[in-house]
Design a protein around this ligand. Structure first.
Ligand SMILES: [Zn+2]
Length: 74
């Protein structure tokens, strides 16, 4: 394996930055780390919104829509 790794967010090369604890940076910069963190949070939020939306769609289905599903062509 190559010793150098690229930024998990932008794909850019992470500048060598020896860490006394031996931990490697996952991102090339704080901006990328923040952006990636924000993106993860947004994604999680989007999934929750989508799940809630689907649940609401089930609850808000009109009788006609339900009938159309049970009786095709109705
Ligand atoms: Zn980056």
């Amino acid at each position: 394996m190559e010793d150098r790794i690229s930024c998990a967010y932008c794909g850019g090369l992470i500048p060598p930055r020896p860490d006394p604890r031996g931990r490697r940076a996952k991102y090339c910069s704080d901006a990328c780390r923040a952006a990636a963190s924000r993106e993860r949070a947004n994604k999680r939020h989007a999934q929750e919104v989508e799940a809630a939306r689907l649940q609401a769609a089930l609850d808000l289905k009109t009788p006609q829509e339900t009938l159309a599903e049970v009786v095709p062509g109705a």
